[in-house]
Design a protein. Structure first.
Lengths: 129, 291
């Protein structure tokens, strides 16, 4: 079965969805990502869905679940590159992904995660100092 | 049997006396004000009348001369449809449009009466058959007229909604969306699509939705606004709502509506906030630098 590759980028993980997600693929991604976050001790997860044309309520919920799982493991999730039709569909479905951060492209998403990592480090320094 | 008789009488009448009929019809159309307002020339009206009579003659010589629903009448209906459509576009009133068909009754009836001489039964049959045909055709004219008008209205609505939802670039990464008029579901859809596409094109971080031109905000409009804000957020852009007028702010609070978005009273305030958020500042130059 196909799997969606997960790349490690410094403190963050980058997931680029280039194919149309079907339910099983999404489920596999959730499992892989959870494992990878722990392995890599990642602070942030970047999900690039610029290649995604079609979403359904399952996919929308999946993004929410992935974000919730990642948050539990101490990583911030940023969904980047959502296309206008996809955004409209999600809103019409009533899924506003309120718990997920969003950014226009990977660059801005990385900036958000970078900011979060810095805050984290500052807090650490304060605790130690 | 009588129906066929009536039809053949009509056929004969149309075939043999069509020239005289045309002149009388034109006269009765003119009496009803057919050309008075100058929207249609006499020559054009004459052509339309002649075409109609020719088409009607064709229908009468078909297999089912009295059944307007039959295939023989489709050229007549097509021709009438064109006339009706062009009149709807030229701005004729419904009455003027319907008169085109109904004014044919009088000259036809007069001629039938002359032809029937003293045969009252045949005359009654003929008049009834003709009335049925012309009335159905008149209804068809009105139907086409109505649907052409609706088509015009629909196109104008589309144009208005296109025109009234511009997305303006205020600064690099800052977009403004001045909304004018009431927000309904269709317009929200257009607004949303335009805004989201502009966010992608301009790589915008902040979108300011200005509702100065929205006359009333009720629960539905607020819901549409929130939908737009949510969609923009999914694309990674923050929204600021500006231009909430005092009465609207009061109404919204009384209705128990909360937008849960950053909102400012004026577009200027919103722009200042947007600049601040994107790490920019507007500073007045010193007097020395101005000189």
């Amino acid at each position: 079965m196909d799997r969606i590759p997960i790349l490690k980028l410094g403190n963050a993980l980058l997931v680029t969805v280039q194919v149309d997600m079907h339910d099983r693929l999404a489920k596999a991604l959730e499992e892989d990502l959870t494992r990878k976050i722990i392995e890599a001790n990642a602070q942030g997860v970047l999900i690039d869905i610029s290649g995604l044309d079609i979403v359904d309520s399952f996919m929308g919920r999946m993004l929410d679940t992935i974000a919730a799982v990642a948050r539990m493991l101490g990583a911030e999730t940023v969904v980047v590159g959502m296309r206008p039709p996809v955004a409209i569909t999600l809103v019409e479905l009533g899924l506003t992904l309120a718990s997920v951060k969003t950014a226009l492209n990977v660059e801005r998403g990385m900036a958000i995660i970078g900011m979060k990592v810095e805050q984290f480090r500052d807090a650490d320094d304060r605790d130690l100092g | 049997m009588t129906k066929t008789n009536a039809a053949s009488n009509l056929l004969r009448l149309l075939r043999d006396e069509s020239d005289a009929l045309l002149i009388e019809w034109l006269a009765s159309l003119k009496a009803a004000g057919g050309t008075s307002n100058g929207r249609i020339s006499e020559a054009e009206l004459r052509t339309q009348c002649r075409d109609f009579l020719a088409a009607l003659l064709g229908a009468f010589s078909s297999n089912e001369p009295t059944d307007v629903g039959a295939a023989g009448y489709s050229p007549v209906k097509e021709m009438l449809g064109d006339v009706s459509r062009s009149r709807a576009i030229q701005g004729f009133t419904p009455q003027e449009t319907a008169t085109f068909v109904f004014s044919l009754k009088q000259p036809l009836f007069i001629r039938m009466r002359t032809n029937a001489r003293s045969d009252a039964d045949a005359l009654a049959e003929g008049i009834w058959a003709l009335t049925e045909i012309l009335d159905t055709l008149g209804l068809h004219v009105m139907e086409v007229y109505q649907s052409s008008r609706e088509e015009i209205i629909r196109r104008q609505q589309e144009e208005i909604s296109e025109l009234s939802t511009p997305v303006v670039k205020l600064w690099q990464g800052i977009l403004a969306l001045p909304l004018i008029g009431t927000l309904d579901s269709t317009r929200t859809q257009v607004v949303m699509e335009n805004l989201l596409q502009a966010i992608v094109d301009e790589e915008a971080e902040i979108a300011i939705i200005d509702i100065t031109g929205v006359p009333t905000v009720d629960t539905l409009v607020a819901q549409h606004l929130l939908k737009t804000v949510a969609a923009a957020r999914l694309m990674g852009a923050d929204c600021i709502i500006s231009g909430i007028r005092p009465q609207i702010a009061q109404t919204m609070v009384h209705l128990g509506l909360e937008l849960n978005v950053v909102s400012k009273a004026s577009l200027a305030d919103a722009l200042a906030l947007a600049l601040q958020r994107t790490g920019r500042m507007v500073v007045a130059r010193t007097v020395a630098a101005r000189a």
